[in-house]
Structures are given as C-alpha cells and as structure tokens.
Design a protein around this ligand. Structure first.
Ligand SMILES: [Fe+2]
Length: 383
C-alpha cells in the first residue's frame, strides 16, 4: 500500500469511529487522562500539520493559528498548549470546524505527497503520524468509555462494538527453556524508537500461561477478601486502595448481589467465562501473588509470545519502562514521543480489542503508570 492510500484509510477510520456519536458526546472530559473525541480528531490532524506541512510544504496555508495551542499534546519543543485537564472545556472550535480542519489538512497532504519527493526523514515522520493516529483511535475508545462510564445513564456507543464478550481458552502452561533470546525490533518494517536497540537477554526456565485471566477467576480473589489482604499488595498499592477507596476492578458495579460491568454497549451482567479487563498493575500483581505466581517480564513475554494467541488485551508485565541498551532519543520534537516517559511506568505488551488491525507487533512496548486501569488490559501469569 502506498503512503497516500495508507494515510487515507487511517484518516477515514478515525471519522468512521465517531459516526455513532451525538454532538454532545464530542466534548466532555471526565478525567485528565480521558481526552474528548473532538480533541483527539484535532490533535491527530495537528500532528501532520505541525510536523509535515508547516516545515516541509512551502505553499501550505495554516488553517487556524490558534490550533497549534489547542491541539498540541505534550511537545515542549513546539510550544505552549492547553493544559491536558482542560481539553474538555473547549466547546469551541465547533465539531464542524475541527472536521473542516481535517479536510483542509487532508487536501494539503494529498497535494504534498503528489508533488514532492519525500526524503527518508520526512517519510519516517509521516509514517509516525499514521501510527500516531492509530494510537489515538485506540485512545478514542478507551477515553470515550471512561467519559461515558461516569454518566449515570450508562450510555452505549454502539451495540455492535461490545468488546468484553470474549471467552478465554482452556488453561495450559507453556514451557520456555533457559537460554539467550533476541529482544527488540530488527529489520526494515516500522517500529517506534523505544523498540530499537535490539539486544540479547538471558532467561531462566519458566512457564507462561497460554490464556488470559477471566472475570470468574478474579471474582475468586474478591470472594477470598483479596483487596483486604495486605500480604499480596505493594505498599504503594495499599495507599492507592485506601486513598481512592478501591475494592473491585474499574467498571465493575455490584447491584442486588450481582456483579455488572460497564461496557461500550452499556451496563451488562458480568460473565465469569469472559476475559478480565481494566485492571491496574497494582491489582494484576496482587492477583498474581494471591495465585502463587507472578507476571511475566517483558523479555519473557517477547520470548514466549509466538506460543500463544496475543492481541486480545494489553498485558501488564513486571518490567519497568526503561530504555534498551543503545537506545537513542531522536532529535527535535519527535524525541519527546517516547523517551521522556521512561520513568515510573510499567510496560504492557500485546495489543487489544480496540487496537487497529496490524498496528501492534511482538516488540511493541506500551506503558502506563501502575495505577492506570482505563486501557483494555489483562493478566497473563508466569510460574
Ligand atoms: Fe498524540
């Protein structure tokens, strides 16, 4: 697929995602981390305007000078911006104006691609822009779910997009032999900078579960009083449980003795057989301890992933999000994409039900702070 075709298909996918929304859904932001749909649509467009059109397309006319301030996310190199917590206060520009911005940039990108020969550097940033928009398509769902979940009417996005109804496989332990394993991305295909610096890691013998933990298995932990048993939790996690009054996974709700789960199709009765999702690292690690096992390191996961069917949930690992040996932070604003987040976060591996097809790979490193649970994530155990 050539670059323009790929660009058009990813841009179209973003616009198809918002089709089931009503105009009121585009703006609310219920928490700092949960960006509103309108902001996501503007921000992904800004990326192409800021990093491709402004510096490289000589006759490009900026759509609106204020948009750089409104839709910059975290790039200090680019300049000042709306604070993250205030994205939901942007009742203006209108949704129609943001859609006009998308059309304006799409037209300019098409002309630019047709009339220019891209240098390798520009092509690389362009491909990052396409992958960046796919990351925001995943965020569109996770952010929207959170924003909808605080609404007492538990709105449904679309009855077809029911993401929590997958059953887990029958349990089996897969043995991986002690040895030296290649870790990190190699070859010509696209990857993010945080996957580079391929290197070898010595792993000891271990066994990894072929399947992800189910709601039913996690309910056993709840019934056993797992949230009150300090011996299974990190000290920081205990503080978090108390401070936030946490006693069950995010989006679970108990009514008349039954457990329900908020989904993008509305509130549903919790099904024991379905794959558990929306855990913090703290909860995942405590559950693993309670089972007498542990989470995999990201290296164990990468060495073993050819043996199981991954991609149903982002999977918490025991690994800190750190640079690989020989990691080089790219120059300029793109250097802010990953490198500056390599502190105090845990790595997740895999992909999820809302990750666009073909976006993830076995070396892909996702990362979140240990208390974050709004991603479609899950638990795989190691012993
Ligand atoms: Fe972004």
């Amino acid at each position: 697929m050539n670059l323009l075709t790929k660009y058009k298909s990813v841009r179209l996918a973003s616009e198809q995602m918002v089709e089931p929304l009503h105009i009121e859904d585009y703006v609310p932001q219920a928490a700092t981390f949960a960006s509103p749909p309108k902001w996501n649509l503007g921000h992904t467009t800004w990326f192409f305007e800021e990093f491709i059109l402004k510096p490289h397309s000589q006759d490009y006319k900026v759509f609106d000078e204020s948009y750089s301030f409104l839709f910059n996310s975290y790039y200090n190199t680019v300049g000042e911006r709306v604070t993250r917590a205030n994205r939901g206060s942007l009742s203006r520009p209108l949704v129609s104006e943001v859609m006009g911005y998308r059309k304006h940039v799409d037209k300019a990108i098409q002309q630019f691609l047709q009339n220019s020969t891209l240098t390798k550097d520009i092509e690389d940033i362009f491909i990052v822009g396409i992958n960046h928009e796919q990351q925001h398509q995943e965020l569109f769902f996770t952010d929207l779910k959170y924003n909808f979940s605080v609404n007492p009417t538990f709105p449904a996005y679309n009855n077809k997009a029911f993401c929590e109804d997958e059953e887990s496989e029958t349990m089996a332990w897969l043995a991986i032999e002690k040895g030296i394993y290649d870790i990190g991305h190699q070859g010509d295909g696209f990857c993010y900078d945080n996957e580079l610096g391929a290197h070898q890691v010595l792993l000891q013998d271990f066994e990894i579960s072929n399947k992800l933990i189910t709601n039913g298995e996690y309910l056993e932990f709840l019934k056993d009083g797992g949230y009150n048993k300090f011996e299974f939790w990190h000290d920081e996690a205990l503080f978090w449980l108390k401070d936030k009054n946490i006693s069950h996974p995010m989006y679970w709700l108990q009514k008349d003795g039954k457990w329900f789960q908020y989904t993008l199709a509305g509130l549903r009765l919790l099904q024991d057989k379905h794959i558990l999702t929306h855990l913090s690292y703290y909860e995942a690690a405590a559950f693993a301890q309670w089972k007498g096992h542990r989470l995999p390191t990201e290296f164990e996961w990468e060495a073993a992933c050819h043996k199981f069917d991954w991609g149903k949930r982002w999977e918490w690992t025991e690994s800190a999000y750190s640079p690989y040996p020989n990691y080089k932070k790219p120059n300029g604003a793109i250097g802010e994409y990953n490198g500056k987040f390599m502190v105090n976060q845990k790595v997740l591996r895999g992909g999820s039900v809302v990750t666009p097809q073909g976006h993830s790979r076995k070396t892909y490193r996702n990362f979140f702070h240990p208390h974050i649970a709004y991603q479609f994530n899950g638990i795989r155990l190691v012993k």
